[in-house]
Design a protein around this ligand. Structure first.
Ligand code: CTP
Length: 398
């Protein structure tokens, strides 16, 4: 299932140079499963043609208050969410003032669904107190404001004013449109990826974790309305947009970040593949010494769940952990759940080709505190993340 399947989005395009980028956004919405209606303001049509959007959506574009009776009431009513991209300084000012002079503003005034506003304009226009006041007003109305991004602008200046990338806008849309938004008011901490144990300034010990499972959990928890902090080890997998990101390298750094973040958390999603061993790194590069090779003396590093067990118990933090096993998976899983003080543990087998580290899919057995096991069939990690969060929601009774 795609994230926007069956959802209806109204895209309002106003007249700025970034208007061409809204065609990409429109395409992404359709690819994600949404159906999209488009309103072009009069000045948007100077930058991009209706035919472009009609080609993408297969529907007529709405341009004029007078073309279809009651379109300004019907379009907003039919939509699950409205996205205004780009939102020019002028449109933002009209919205803040409650204007209804054209189809875009009248529709926005009449709509009761969530609205995502994506400003794009020259930096000086963005930074003007009038625009800042207008944007603050939109936030007061309950609208979600995405961007603008900072960077080179079309007119040759550099600064905040660029339309946010479609991925960032899609992530925000996913959050406002989520039918399952039951994590509102909850702080969720997710850990993901590997940790590194440095040996010298150049080398380290690590593992094959890609971070995907933890990123998928953090993204899904954020989409469900949670205040999410993602503590991630190093790696090249793209980080999810939305959760607050804390990047760490070693297990000790992850422990420190975890202790800070857990102080006001409700749920911990512990998907990181924390390295178990560490050593005091050499300050200069370890040199080859004749033919005898190198023997490494390693000691156990911190057990993050073990170290935070008491804190989590005191604060009643619901904890989901993971275990990757090669044999007796369920027995090891039950033992770890009890020893490390988790409420749920997702166990998977390291020797299954389509499950575990480095791959996009996983197959897990979920064990709860009574020892009962629920089997989750092979699925994409993003889908599994949703199933795991459904299970957490029913356990904590949100
Ligand atoms: N974990 C942790 N600290 C560690 C290692 C693991 O908090 N130093 C967490 C993992 O994030 C996971 C759970 O503990 O949620 C189980 O991880 P696993 O590596 O299976 O546990 P270990 O105690 O390291 O067991 P093993 O001896 O099998 O490596």
């Amino acid at each position: 299932m795609r994230p926007f399947d069956g959802r209806r989005v109204l895209l309002v395009v106003s007249g700025g140079i970034a208007a061409y980028k809204s065609a990409f956004l429109c395409r992404r919405l359709l690819e994600a499963g949404a159906s999209a209606d488009v309103i072009l303001t009069e000045s948007a049509e100077r930058f991009i043609g209706a035919v472009t959007f009609e080609g993408i959506t297969g529907r007529p574009v709405h341009r004029n208050l007078w073309d279809t009776p009651m379109a300004h009431l019907e379009l907003g009513k039919a939509a699950d969410a409205i996205v205004v991209a780009p939102a020019t300084a002028n449109l933002i000012s009209e919205m803040a003032a409650g204007g209804a002079k054209d189809l875009a503003t009248a529709t926005l005034l009449a709509a009761s669904c969530p609205v995502v506003v994506c400003p794009a304009m020259n930096t000086r226009m963005w930074e003007h107190p009038a625009t800042q006041r207008n944007v603050a007003r939109l936030v007061e109305f309950g609208h979600t404001v995405v961007g603008p991004d900072s960077g080179p602008l079309a007119e040759g200046e550099t600064g905040p004013g660029r339309l946010s990338e479609p991925e960032a806008i899609m992530a925000a849309m996913g959050r406002v449109i989520e039918p399952n938004a039951r994590f509102g008011g909850l702080k969720i901490v997710a850990t993901a990826g590997p940790t590194r144990a440095p040996l010298d300034p150049i080398r380290f010990l690590s593992n094959r974790s890609s971070g995907r499972m933890g990123y998928a959990l953090a993204a899904a928890a954020w989409r469900r309305g949670g205040e999410v902090t993602l503590i991630s080890g190093p790696g090249s997998t793209p980080r999810p947009i939305g959760p607050r990101l804390v990047e760490v390298e070693t297990a000790r750094e992850m422990l420190e970040a975890l202790e800070t973040e857990l102080s006001d958390a409700h749920i911990l999603l512990m998907a990181a593949a924390v390295g178990d061993f560490e050593t005091d790194p050499q300050t200069s590069k370890i040199k080859k010494d004749g033919a005898s090779g190198l023997e490494l003396a390693l000691r156990n590093g911190p057990d993050l769940l073990g170290e935070t067990r008491e804190l989590r118990r005191q604060r009643g933090i619901f904890t989901l952990g993971f275990a990757l096993e090669t044999e007796n998976a369920l027995d090891h899983g039950r033992e770890k759940l009890a020893r490390k003080g988790m409420q749920l543990i997702a166990v998977n087998m390291a020797n299954e080709a389509e499950a575990g580290l480095e791959v996009e899919t996983n197959r897990i057995s979920l064990i709860d505190e009574t020892g009962a096991v629920e089997e989750f069939s092979l699925a994409h990690k993003t889908e599994l993340a949703d199933r795991l969060l459904d299970r957490i929601e029913s356990s904590i009774g949100t």
